[in-house]
Design a protein around this ligand. Structure first.
Ligand code: ADP
Ligand code: ZN
Ligand code: ZN
Length: 739
């Protein structure tokens, strides 16, 4: 094998917050052919030994070849990160202006980032050497255990694996002694791979598609290379069935499928449907896996044992031996965007990955983002539409309830309560949506209006009843309930407003004969908690579901016929320019839980703004028309999808430092921005100006051309790294989904 010459320099990407690679020399005995991009290496860095990823090989270092350190070791025989993911990571690091080493870290399970273990499954086999076979046992003197080991191995000339040897009472230290004496050898065996192709693909027969589904499926299975699809289908229209059949097609060609979903824990039904349909292995990636389990699933995807990988955001970086199709379900879901560190959008990277690997990709949603709709309307994506619910289910009816000047019982109008009672008596289920967890959003002094603010954030603390405490939903800070007012010392402190806990209490009192099941972050935190709730709902017994947007996500509750949205007004007037879009998506998704079975669904919307134009359009003309109107507004403002945005955020414990820093950057950027036809706005305080004791500011960058924005970011990030970046916490957010 070729040995490294004097002109082999290894560029290594390290998990450090710097946007550069580091040069190292190979060890003298390193086979050059193993120095592939994506291979893990251990290197000295400062006083530590850390694991990095080979980025490339170059003949000369810019830092002078003589000053370089030598790598400590090569950890993979075959690169842990294969060529297609290396390419994807490089693209993402560049586009999101994020350190490459950290991007690579997203493509590896924790165990491979922290341990020297091989990613491949190996078992060590011990075998006698020539010397070991020939040596007289008396030459070992009185080393009884060594003699015993030699005897055992002489009975097994083909060698024995470690666990077998243990069975014969030959322990590892003895083997190591024999190894040092040159009497035995170690061999690394790779167990044969159980390729999924040996299994039966389908475990149950597929449903017969309706006409619309057939029309949607055909182009997906006809595509021979990269082709992006937007599958826009109303809730319950049978999008999942289309995914399942499209995937079946590619499995039959011996290819794998990658399916992204917003949150597996919340919607175990999706995973169950995949597992029920396919006879081939489906592995899933979600937050409840141990490091070991994650590693095993990763390996199964990598070496082709898994046919289908289903996972949340980070599963986008799953290694796949032979990927045939990518599906992104509920593409509008905000969870696809990572909101800290490496701020990538898995939905967008899915398109990039499909393009690089020349395969089809399907984005599905009942409420697509304006970006995806625009891509579909402009012809960049193929637009597939399912306008009808599948099977016998009909679309839900909407009823807008004007609650101005109305006497409400626990925030609910009499008409609504009456409707609830009727539905429950008819043994149906009712879903009440309120997007605030806790007991009440604020605990207020009835004498002077004082309330407790979080000492670390610019935000009032939410009142929780069980257990009783005040809770900051932004930094998790918790306090005991105060016994008297912090201002006038009055003891008359009252919870004001409604949260899920309080609604649960109130509804239990109003409808004592029916169980109330509350679903929010507090009741679903424990492992399996969500599954237990869902099981109970799926018994079909009449009950009331109370919950936050967790209830809006893709669930199929056939017995729910009434959905009540207590208060949609807040969402119509939020500061974020995307708030209207998100509110409409949430509203349609929650509504989509109604009437998925045989009985027609009804949706009650309580509002003080019954005439709000966007609400009108949404309800009378549907999400598509609503999206068109909103898209026209965005066009006039030059906002996405017609302009491109990035945020430059900074935060500091000192209230002035972050804004001064951004001020300086802004001054520096203006001339470059002007020549590139881009704009810089700010610095302005973030939407949450103070969070977890830190003051937060941001600059907004906008351009109508993506390359111009990228160019500006590139120059800026470089400048910050060179000059000021180490002084405070800052970050870049390309294509932000919230401001
Ligand atoms: P979506 O993913 O669009 O919300 P689903 O795929 O969950 O819709 O389908 C909703 C319901 O309709 C499911 O119970 C599903 O089994 C059923 N369904 C889907 N396609 C068909 C079909 N072609 N014939 C009969 N039932 C169907
Ligand atoms: Zn007071
Ligand atoms: Zn706080």
């Amino acid at each position: 094998m070729a040995k490294p010459g004097s002109h082999t320099i290894i560029q290594v990407a390290l998990p450090v917050p710097l946007r550069r690679t580091f040069d190292y020399l190979p060890k003298a005995d390193t086979p050059v052919n193993l120095l592939q991009p994506g291979t893990r290496v251990k290197v000295p860095f400062g006083k530590r030994q850390i694991i990095g990823i080979i980025h490339g090989i170059i003949p000369h270092s810019n830092f002078g070849d003589d000053n370089l350190k030598t790598i400590t070791g090569l950890l993979d025989e075959e690169a842990a990160i294969g060529p297609e993911l290396v390419k994807l990571c490089q693209w993402a690091a560049q586009y999101y202006h994020h350190p490459l080493g950290d991007v690579y870290a997203h493509a590896l399970p924790t165990l491979l980032r922290s341990k020297d273990d091989s990613w491949e499954e190996v078992s060590v086999r011990w075998q006698l050497t020539q010397k070991g076979r020939l040596i007289g046992l008396d030459q070992l003197g009185r080393a009884k255990r060594q003699i015993h080991a030699l005897k055992i191995l002489r009975e097994h000339p083909e060698g024995l694996h470690q666990p077998m040897l243990k069975g014969f009472e030959v322990e590892a230290p003895i083997l190591r002694t024999l190894l040092d004496k040159g009497l035995v050898d170690q061999h690394q065996d790779r167990p044969p791979r159980q390729h999924w192709r040996q299994d039966r693909i389908l475990a149950e027969s597929p449903l017969t598609l309706n006409e619309e589904q057939k029309h949607a499926l055909q182009p997906i299975i006809d595509s021979t290379g990269f082709r992006p699809f937007l599958l826009e289908g109303v809730t319950g229209s049978g999008k999942t069935e289309v995914y399942l059949q499209a995937i079946t097609h590619y499995l039959k060609q011996g290819k794998q499928a990658l399916v992204l979903v917003p949150e597996i824990g919340l919607t175990p039904q999706t995973l169950h449907r995949f597992e029920a349909r396919f006879g081939v292995p489906v592995v899933s990636f979600h937050s409840n896996l141990t490091d070991r389990e994650r590693m095993i699933s990763w390996r199964k995807a990598r070496n082709g044992e898994a046919a289908i990988v289903l996972g949340t955001r980070s599963a986008l970086f799953s290694p796949m031996e032979n990927l045939g199709i990518i599906v992104v379900d509920e593409e509008h879901d905000l969870s696809y965007k990572q909101q800290e560190g490496f701020r990538y959008n898995a939905r967008d990277l899915a398109i990039i990955r499909a393009n690089q690997q020349n395969i089809p990709v399907v984005l599905g949603s009942a409420t697509p983002t304006l970006e995806s709709l625009q891509n579909a309307r402009s012809g960049r994506y193929e637009h597939l539409v399912l306008s009808q619910r599948a099977g016998n289910a009909r679309p839900p009816q909407f009823r807008v309830l004007d609650i101005r000047q109305k006497a409400l019982t626990h925030g609910m109008a009499p008409e609504l309560l009456k409707e609830m009672e009727e539905r429950l008596k008819a043994r149906q289920q009712v879903l009440v949506f309120i997007n605030r967890r806790g007991y009440a959003p604020v605990l207020m002094c009835h004498d002077c209006g004082w309330f407790k603010e979080c000492p670390h954030c610019d935000h009032r603390m939410t009142c929780h009843a069980n257990p009783a405490h005040l809770h900051c939903h932004h930094c998790n800070h918790q306090l005991a309930i105060p016994r008297f007012c912090g201002n006038c010392k009055s003891t008359d402190l009252r919870p004001i407003g409604m949260g899920t806990e309080r609604l649960e209490d109130n509804l239990s009192a109003l409808f004592p004969k029916f169980p109330v099941i509350r679903i929010d972050r507090d009741t679903t935190q424990r492992k399996q908690a969500m599954s237990k709730h869902l099981e109970r709902i799926n018994t079909g017994e009449p009950c009331i579901l109370v919950g936050t947007q967790m209830l809006a996500k893709g669930h199929h509750f056939p017995k729910v016929t009434l959905v009540a949205v207590c208060d949609i007004d807040a969402g119509l007037f939020a500061a974020d320019f995307r708030a209207t879009e998100h509110t409409a998506q949430l509203l349609m998704q929650v509504s989509g839980r109604a009437g998925r079975g045989d009985d027609r669904g009804l949706v009650f919307l309580q509002t003080h703004q019954p005439g709000h134009p966007l609400l009108q359009t949404l309800l009378s003309d549907g999400y598509g028309e609503f999206a068109t109107e909103l898209t026209n507004e965005r066009r006039l403002m030059g906002m996405p999808p017609f302009g491109y945005l990035a945020l430059l955020r900074a935060e500091s414990a000192d209230p002035r430092q972050a804004s001064q820093f951004l001020n300086q950057i802004e001054r520096w950027m203006q001339p470059a921005a002007q020549s590139l036809n881009a704009e810089v706005w700010g610095p302005a305080p973030a939407l949450m100006p103070k969070k977890a004791r830190r003051f937060r500011f941001q600059l907004m960058l906008r351009s109508e051309q993506r390359p111009a924005l990228q160019q500006l970011l590139k120059q800026t990030v470089k400048k910050i790294e060179q000059e000021a970046g180490h002084r405070l916490k800052w970050s870049v957010d390309v294509d932000p989904v919230t401001l």
